[in-house]
Design a protein around this ligand. Structure first.
Ligand code: ADP
Ligand code: MG
Length: 304
C-alpha cells in the first residue's frame, strides 16, 4: 500500500483532475484505489457524485468534515473506514476489470476545521512545543493505520491549495508527493517554495520528541494543461521544465495537454475522462502513460 498526497499551493493547476484520472486508470488496471478528498471545494467528490447527490447524501454526515469534527468536539476517534464510499457510476465501468475505486468525500465546511485544529497547536504559528502538535499532525496517519486500509494498493489524497492543518495531516500520512503544475513562470517559482515548506515541516515534525520520523518523497512534478503547437508542446514549456529541474525536483516525462473539450464536462458523468468512451484519444493516451510512469515511480509490486 502506498499513500500519495497530490499537492500544490496553487489552485486550478490540475490536482483534482490528475488524482481522479490516475485513480480511475489504476483501478481500471485491476487495482484497489482509495481517493481521499481533502479540499473543501470538494471537486474530487464532485467528479464522482452529482451536486444533487452530494447535497442529499453528504450534507449532514459521511464526509471528512464530520470525521474531523468528531475529534474537534470530543477528541474521540471515529473510525475513518466508516467514511469510505464506492461511487456507483465509475465502479459500474470498473467492475468487469476487477478493480475498485473508493472515496472519502469532502465538504465545504472543511475549511473551518483548519482553524479548529490549528487552535490545538497554538494558533497560526503552529507551536512545535505544544502538546497538541503531534496529535493533530498524526490524525490521518494514525487513522490510515487501520487494517482495512492495507487492502488498498494505492491511497491518493487530493489536497487543498494551502499548507494549513488539514493539508499537513496529509503530508504526515503520505509516502510520496505528486505535484501537478502549469508550465509557467509563477508556477515554477511556486514549486520551489513548496519544496522548501515541505522540508521545513518534515524537519520540525521529526524534531518533536516522540515523533516517528517521516520522510515523504517528492515523486515528481506533472505538467498539465500544456499548450501544443502542432504535434509538440510550445517552446516556453521546455524552458519551464528545465527551470523546475534546476530546483532538484523530479519531473514526469509525461505531460498532459490542454483539452478544453475533454475536461470541460469533467465530473458530469461521474466517470473521469480517461475512462470515457469516444473521448480525445491523444489526451487519454497521455493520461494512461502518466499512470504507467506513476506506477514505475512508486514501484508498486507488479506494475506494468
Ligand atoms: N489538461 C487540461 N486541459 C484543460 N482543462 C483542464 C485540464 N486539466 C484540468 N482542467 C480543468 O481546469 C480546471 C482546474 O482543474 P483542477 O483539476 O480542478 O485543478 P485543481 O485541483 O488544482 O484546482 C477544471 O475545470 C478542470 O476541468
Ligand atoms: Mg482541486
Amino acid at each position: 500500500m502506498s499513500v500519495v498526497a497530490v499537492l500544490n499551493y496553487k489552485g486550478g493547476v490540475g490536482k483534482t483532475t490528475v488524482a481522479a484520472n490516475l485513480g480511475a486508470e489504476l483501478a481500471f488496471r485491476g487495482r484497489k484505489v482509495l481517493l481521499i478528498d481533502m479540499d473543501p471545494q470538494a471537486s474530487l467528490t464532485l467528479s464522482f457524485y452529482g451536486s444533487d447527490e452530494l447535497a442529499k447524501e453528504f450534507t449532514d454526515s459521511g464526509t471528512l468534515l464530520h470525521w474531523f469534527q468528531a475529534f474537534v468536539n470530543d477528541q474521540s476517534a471515529e473510525l475513518l473506514r466508516d467514511y469510505v464510499v464506492s461511487p456507483p457510476r465509475v465502479n459500474e465501468v470498473l467492475k468487469s476489470h476487477g478493480g475498485q475505486l473508493d472515496l472519502i468525500p469532502s465538504h465545504l465546511g472543511l475549511i473551518d476545521v483548519d482553524l479548529d485544529l490549528a487552535a490545538h497547536v497554538g494558533g497560526s504559528r503552529f507551536q512545535i512545543s505544544s502538546d497538541g502538535y503531534l496529535w493533530v499532525h498524526r490524525l490521518l496517519a494514525d487513522a490510515l493505520g487501520d487494517d482495512v486500509f492495507r487492502d488498498y494498493d494505492l491511497i491518493m489524497i487530493d489536497c487543498a491549495p494551502n499548507f494549513n492543518m488539514v493539508t499537513r495531516t496529509a503530508i504526515v500520512a503520505c509516502d510520496h508527493i505528486l505535484i501537478p503544475a502549469k508550465a509557467d513562470y509563477l508556477s515554477t517559482l511556486g514549486i520551489d517554495y513548496l519544496r522548501r515548506k515541505l522540508s521545513e515541516l518534515v524537519r520540525d515534525y521529526n524534531g518533536v520528541a516522540g515523533a516517528e520520523a517521516i520522510d515523504p518523497a517528492i515523486l515528481g512534478v506533472v505538467f498539465t494543461m500544456i499548450q501544443f503547437a502542432g504535434e509538440v508542446p510550445i517552446i516556453a514549456v521546455r524552458n519551464y521544465v528545465t527551470h523546475t529541474e534546476q530546483y532538484d525536483v523530479p519531473v514526469f516525462r509525461q505531460m498532459i495537454r490542454e483539452s478544453k473539450t475533454l475536461f470541460a464536462a469533467a465530473g458530469e458523468r461521474g466517470v473521469p475522462a480517461v475512462l470515457l468512451p469516444h473521448a480525445n484519444p491523444n489526451v487519454q493516451h497521455e493520461l494512461r502513460e502518466l499512470a504507467t510512469e506513476f506506477l514505475t515511480r512508486i514501484m508498486i509490486e507488479g506494475a506494468t
